[in-house]
Design a binder for this molecule. Structure first.
Ligand SMILES: [Zn+2]
Length: 318
């Protein structure tokens, strides 16, 4: 397994990554309770107006994002892209009242039934428990099937949905060809363990391979620091490792929970939220059984992750 240095902290805030193009990275990688819900956003400032990429999760986060946008530009955010339906990317949609919200049709479809129940969210992300009752769903108003291009003067923002479920059913990326910048949403996780509980690990690897073919010098992931294809490749290799090792144990008749504890993660054990190995293995098992249409047993998943996290923290304290 290829080794690499795993950063424990990284640059956060509004980071200029191109001409009037910004990644907004939330402080991350420092909380032992995990980083679930701590996502990134983006800002592309045009001639008359700006485009934002993802709206973050709870009001305190999105208020900070909106304040950072106002410090960066006086132009209004006329369009907001949702890279997928998950709460940590769409929870703040209502703070972009004046914006047209653009997403893949599948993303809108997945968001339409609303957010998961507050009790579930509190268990999944206890750090933000107090703010969950304040959430309101605001749906995208413009959708596309496979591709869409947003034009602003001579700037192009190319939106692309892989046509299959990778991290979720409705993932999309925003690519600026002239500037060679890719906002990858949650198809890219850098040094934060990817979470496939609603995804398809095999297809996610394919989607990551497709992203590797973009002519991009800078990749803004949904989670983790701004990086390059090298960082994305490491996540891709994690998924391939999990899939390969899960298959060996699946074929040997080992239950998913035992397999999750048995797989040697190597360098990936020090990526943030390593206990996501459990949902990732559970999802692989569903994939091997051809049962991906069935939702995952979330209470069982959360219980198992709490156990794995506890074991890891105990170990760290020794
Ligand atoms: Zn996310």
């Amino acid at each position: 397994m290829a080794r690499h240095v795993v950063p424990t902290r990284w640059k956060s805030g509004m980071i200029e990554i191109g001409p009037r193009i910004f990644a907004y990275v939330q402080a991350s990688g420092i909380d032992p309770r995990g980083d679930t819900g701590v996502a990134n956003s983006g800002l592309i400032v045009g001639a008359e107006a700006a485009v934002a990429v993802d709206a973050l999760m709870v009001p305190s986060m999105t208020r900070r994002l909106v304040a950072a946008i106002k410090k960066t530009t006086r132009k209004p955010v006329a369009r907001l892209i949702n890279t997928h339906h998950h709460l940590d990317h769409t929870g703040g949609n209502r703070f972009f009242r004046a914006a047209t919200i653009v997403a893949s049709a599948k993303c809108r479809e997945a968001l339409a039934p609303g957010f998961p129940p507050v009790s579930m969210l509190r268990r999944f992300m206890p750090r933000f428990a107090a703010e969950f009752p304040k959430l309101k769903v605001v749906l995208p108003t413009v959708t596309f099937e496979s591709r869409m291009v947003l034009h602003d003067g001579d700037r192009e923002i190319q939106l692309w949905h892989p046509g299959f479920a990778a991290h979720t059913v409705g993932d999309s990326v925003a690519y600026l060809p002239k500037e060679r910048i890719l906002f990858a949403g949650d198809i890219a996780f850098h040094y934060v363990t990817p979470l496939a509980f609603q995804g398809h690990v095999g297809n996610w690897i394919k989607a990551a391979d497709r992203l590797m073919r973009y002519d991009a010098d800078v990749i803004v992931p949904g989670h983790g620091p701004v990086g390059t294809k090298q960082d994305l490749k490491r996540m891709r290799d994690y998924l391939a490792l999990v899939q390969r090792e899960a298959k060996v144990r699946f074929d040997a008749g080992m239950p998913a929970s035992a397999a999750a504890g048995d797989i040697k993660l190597g360098v990936y054990a020090s990526w943030s939220d390593a206990e996501r190995i459990l949902p990732n293995v559970m999802r692989c098992y569903q994939e091997f059984r051809d049962e991906l249409d069935q939702p995952m047993d979330l209470p069982r998943m959360l219980q198992g992750m709490e156990r794995l996290r506890g074991a890891r923290l105990d170990h760290a304290c020794v």
